[in-house]
Design a protein around this ligand. Structure first.
Ligand SMILES: NC(=O)c1ccc[n+]([C@@H]2O[C@H](COP(=O)([O-])OP(=O)(O)OC[C@H]3O[C@@H](n4cnc5c(N)ncnc54)[C@H](O)[C@@H]3O)[C@@H](O)[C@H]2O)c1
Ligand SMILES: O=C(O)CC[C@@H](O)C(=O)O
Length: 527
């Protein structure tokens, strides 16, 4: 088996390359290249490991013909076009916890640096000024910290701030009262936080809701003498308004690790009194960089080698333990989806996926994703398990998942039903020996078959002689039958034949098959 190839395109701790190699991947480290250069060779790689410098745009993704996974050694994925990646079936992963403590500590360091004006005092002291009377700081003890965003990093900042004997007031739409009590913070709305905080620290992602959350208008609502820290994302604070408020003295200090435009080689804020900054160093400690490098390499290699999905932002997580159990179900589900996609007519906009028996104990998301991929691959060439749920959603398909605790005749079962203009059409399958996907029912008729390769589906009136006639027709045309499966509703009623063939059936033979007496439907299938 050829080894998956991974490109590390940003500076990353060398442990990442080591882990990739140990886990069975080939790895190249090529950093500092332009997007045009990256486009030239990205087509060779199955995995792309990045930090924040590589911008993975739609154009890069178009050139990345073999790419299966993008791994961000860090949290923010603003440099990745996730929509385009999803559309191309590329999994995007990050490492959500590896640098949280480090970034929280940076925010606390910024708070302390602002409180005691350490950077400016340091600079002037080293110039020989000994400016003792120029600086008068403030204590943080007893002061109120306004926390905007109480997720991973925000909650660590809160715990450190409480240790410094600050009071913490938090604004986060997803913060429950119980969690606030558990964290030891007071839950507040944004206006209350703005009015009360002596220090404000931001820990949200940059979204349409958070962009400019500290706008000119909101900055004007803050207490005179407030100090502001942003170690989250540029674009959360109106930088021009911040400069004016620093100059007027309304804001006593501001510390930015992140800027709306990065790298920020110039900014109107540079040189403003009581303004300090760092060049996006929030995650830059040895510990955090080792953590995120190890984690991203472990996760990506697990996906490329075993199919395990962890911390993916565009596909349900699938642990390395789950992956081997789910893989045969995904194969079965993909085949059932594909069968329905080939047989059902008209709109396929209402689909239900039901599981029972052993299947009901599993994570259903990958099963549903596989059904959708199988179903839609007959309608779109670029569909796969990763992008199928997104495409289904985009197209407004109504997808239901139903889990039955009961166990029927089969110890495990997956059923796919589509609502068509002729009513519900359903197919079901099981796993033989927990491994081998097996069809057990088509449209209410019991029939056991492997769905594999070229097949022929025939519905006919159950009458003597039919099997001989179809066998002769195929034989006369040199088409070898591999397997032959038969099912019927009742004797003399409607019968279903599923044949596996060694080759695709030519159009003319199909026509002749349709003309055989008693035939209602003939359909070639491929799996
Ligand atoms: N400076 C750095 O180097 C650095 C390092 C790591 C992370 N970060 C950034 O820090 C930020 C926070 O990371 P995290 O790991 O804590 O993320 P997280 O997802 O754990 O937490 C984000 C929190 O923001 C909250 N939130 C979302 N929208 C909000 C809104 N409109 N108002 C208030 N709260 C809102 C969410 O509910 C969530 O609790 C991210 O933007 C991340 O990219 C920066
Ligand atoms: O990789 C970095 O240095 C920045 C990381 C940080 O912005 C993140 O979102 O994880």
């Amino acid at each position: 088996m050829t080894k998956p190839k991974v490109l590390i395109s940003d500076k990353m701790d060398p442990n990442a390359a080591r882990i990739f190699e140990e886990r069975g991947c080939e790895v190249d480290v090529i950093t500092g290249k332009s997007p045009e250069e990256l486009m030239e060779y990205i087509g060779d790689y199955d995995g792309l490991a990045i930090r924040s410098s590589t911008r993975v745009t739609r154009e890069i993704l178009d050139a990345a013909k073999n790419l299966k996974v993008i791994g961000r050694a860090g949290i923010g994925v603003d440099n990745v076009d996730i929509q385009a990646a999803s559309a191309q079936g590329v999994v995007v992963m990050n490492t959500p916890f590896g640098n949280s403590i480090t970034t929280a500590e940076h925010a606390i360091a910024m708070i302390m640096a602002l409180a005691r004006q350490i950077p400016e005092a340091n600079e002037r002291t080293q110039k020989g000024e000994w400016p003792k009377s120029a600086f008068m700081g403030v204590e943080v003890t007893g002061k109120t910290l306004g926390l905007i965003g109480a997720g991973n990093i925000g909650s660590i900042v809160a715990s450190r701030a409480l240790g410094l004997r600050m009071k913490v007031v938090a604004y986060d739409p997803f913060l429950t009262q119980e969690r606030a009590v558990e964290m030891g913070v007071e839950k507040a709305d944004l206006d209350t936080l703005l009015e009360r905080a002596d220090f404000i620290t931001l820990h949200t992602p940059l979204t349409d809701q958070t962009r400019n959350i500290l706008s000119r208008e909101n900055l004007a609502k803050t207490k005179k003498g407030v100090r502001i820290v942003n170690c989250a994302r540029g674009g959360l604070v109106d930088e021009a308004a911040l400069k004016e408020l620093l100059e007027s003295g309304h804001v006593a200090g501001a510390a930015l690790d992140v800027f709306a435009e990065e790298p920020a080689r110039e900014s109107p804020l540079f040189g403003t009194p009581n303004f300090i900054c760092t060049p996006h160093l929030g995650a830059s400690t040895t510990e955090a960089q080792v953590n995120v490098a190890l984690q991203v390499a472990e996760q990506m290699a697990d996906y490329l080698v075993n199919g395990g999905v962890t911390n993916a932002l565009n596909v349900p997580s699938l642990s390395a333990e789950e992956a081997p159990k789910l893989r045969p179900y995904m194969a079965l589900s993909e085949k059932l989806g594909s069968l329905v996609g080939q047989l059902a007519h008209g709109n396929l906009d209402k689909i239900s996926v039901e599981v029972e028996g052993a299947a009901a104990e599993l994570n259903m998301k990958p099963i549903t994703a596989a059904v959708l991929a199988g179903l839609m691959k007959h309608y779109s060439q670029s569909v796969n398990m990763v992008n199928a749920p997104h495409l289904a959603k985009e197209r407004g398909m109504d997808v239901r998942e139903i889990r039955h605790d009961r166990e029927g005749v089969y110890h495990t079962l997956v059923r796919v039903t589509v609502a068509t203009s002729q009513g519900d059409r359903s197919v079901a399958g099981t796993l033989f020996g927990n491994e081998a996907p097996r069809l057990i029912e088509i449209f209410g008729i019991g029939i056991e078959a492997d769905l594999d390769g070229h097949m022929l589906y025939i519905v006919n009136e159950d009458a003597p002689g039919f099997i001989g006639r179809i066998g002769s027709l195929l034989g006369e045309n040199g088409i070898n039958i591999g397997t032959f499966h038969l099912g019927r509703r009742q004797a003399g009623g409607e019968a279903v034949l599923l044949l596996s063939l060694d080759a695709a059936i030519p159009e003319a033979v199909m026509k002749d098959a349709c003309d055989l007496p008693g035939v209602k439907t003939v359909k070639p299938l491929t799996f």
